[in-house]
Design a protein around this ligand. Structure first.
Ligand SMILES: [Zn+2]
Length: 428
């Protein structure tokens, strides 16, 4: 009986697949596998990253609070540069459409999305505020102000999801330093197929930085303007970018890209395969892979359902993204891309301060204007005070935090109602 049901489901799934625009929704794994074929070391690097991820997760079991956490500040702000590549003027998406995508990323990663699961839903307990936020970069790689958008007219009528978007020489745009920015290209992608986007995994960042970033087709970007046009009505809420940025932070598809495959995450139910459209809950309860009675977590951003049907990352997915941000993508934690103010204030007004080196082994040098007195307070990732220093007025000052464990901290100085906060990393 179970088998007959499953066969029927497979037939239904096939029909559903072809009801979509032809082609593959997300080309991330296809692209990755092709790269492995060309160079087996790509797989070796992926395996090494997996080992590093596992180790980091074992060492940081409480990096993120579970349910009950209030809406505190983000732990990480990721600067984004959007490279618009256009041939037909309609592909030259507006600033407002780009901002709509940034807003959606922030809502989805911070669990502020209006369609998040109700607490009565059995999977609500797995939903998470990942504490990751995004901003359009305000400082470019040369330290100059920017709106975080590049616009390039290209002779390329349609890109083919094969990295040519990432190079000025092939009609695209070279990426900005990918250790400091999330690069997103928006373009006419795979015009004759249904590919919505693809992403580079963190494992190849150091070996092939020029390939790093996320590519999204212009009809599946943001939720206004061209979003949902060209037959992509199911992809009109900006969730393609949420999904692809998930890959970029080392998440896999929840079905592990094979029947009952592994996504290296513990709290997503094991799935027979990808899901399309919008199944009803519970979907495939007690599936072939041995899922629980609640079935598959089709509403996860890392599945293939329609935009309006997906609404969550899980706690363990968020931890995995944190692992990426503390290993391969650690440069983002100290990127100045979101923070024009810190550059402008580098003349160091009273109360402002600078700290170096960063990351360090725990011994930092703090600098401020000579007429300043600062009272730095050190907070950990979840906002708990871990150290406090009283009135420092001689600079440079050696700030010894070497007794604190490795990790990310914030140093805050309050001065006349204004505060300056710096993010530091201790890595011994
Ligand atoms: Zn994908």
């Amino acid at each position: 009986m179970k088998k007959i049901t499953t066969s029927l489901a497979c037939i239904m799934l096939t029909i559903c697949t072809f009801a979509q625009a032809p082609g593959e929704k997300c080309a991330t794994m296809t692209q990755f596998n092709q790269r492995v074929l060309n160079n087996p070391e790509v797989q070796t690097r992926m395996d090494q990253t997996e080992a590093l991820t596992k180790q980091w997760l074992e060492n940081h079991p409480n990096a993120l609070k579970k349910k009950g956490n209030n809406k505190s500040a983000a732990s990480v702000y990721i600067p984004v540069v959007v490279h618009v590549l256009w041939n037909d003027p309609i592909e030259n998406v507006s600033d407002a459409q780009i901002q709509s995508q940034i807003d959606i990323l922030n809502e989805d990663f911070r669990l502020l999305n209006a369609d998040s699961l109700d607490p009565s839903h059995p999977f609500w307990i797995y939903t998470v505020d990942s504490k990751i936020e995004f901003c359009l970069a305000s400082v470019d790689p040369n330290g100059n102000p920017t709106d975080g958008i590049t616009r390039t007219y290209t002779d390329v009528v349609s890109f083919t999801a094969n990295d040519e978007e990432k190079f000025t020489a092939s009609g695209g745009h070279d990426n900005w330093d990918p250790t400091q920015y999330l690069n997103i290209w928006v373009c006419n992608l795979d015009a004759s197929g249904g590919t919505l986007g693809y992403a580079a995994f963190p494992s190849d960042l150091s070996a092939n930085p020029e390939f790093d970033g996320v590519v999204i087709r212009y009809e599946a970007f943001g939720d206004i303007g061209t979003a949902g046009t060209g037959g992509f009505t199911a992809n009109d809420l900006g969730r393609t970018a949420t999904h692809e940025v998930g890959h970029w932070l080392n998440l896999r598809h929840i079905w592990g890209d094979e029947e009952c495959g592994d996504d290296f995450v513990n709290d997503t139910e094991i799935a027979e395969g990808e899901n399309y459209n919008c199944p009803s809950f519970p979907h495939r309860p007690g599936n072939l892979c041995g899922s629980g009675p609640d079935g598959e977590m089709y509403m996860n951003y890392m599945d293939y359902v329609d935009d309006y049907c997906m609404n969550m990352f899980t706690y363990d997915q968020a931890l995995r993204m944190f692992a990426a941000l503390n290993t391969e993508r650690v440069g983002l934690l100290t990127s100045a891309g979101c923070d024009l103010a810190s550059i402008v204030n580098s003349t160091m007004n009273e109360g402002n301060f600078e700290i170096s080196p960063n990351p360090s082994n725990g011994v930092f040098t703090i600098n401020s204007a000579q007429n300043s007195t600062i009272t730095p307070v050190v907070y950990n990732l979840i906002g708990a005070e871990v150290k406090r220093f009283n009135g420092i007025n001689q600079f440079p000052y050696t700030l010894d935090l070497s007794d604190l464990p490795n990790g990310i901290y914030y140093i805050k100085n309050n001065r006349s109602g204004k505060s300056t906060t710096k993010k530091i990393i201790i890595s011994k």
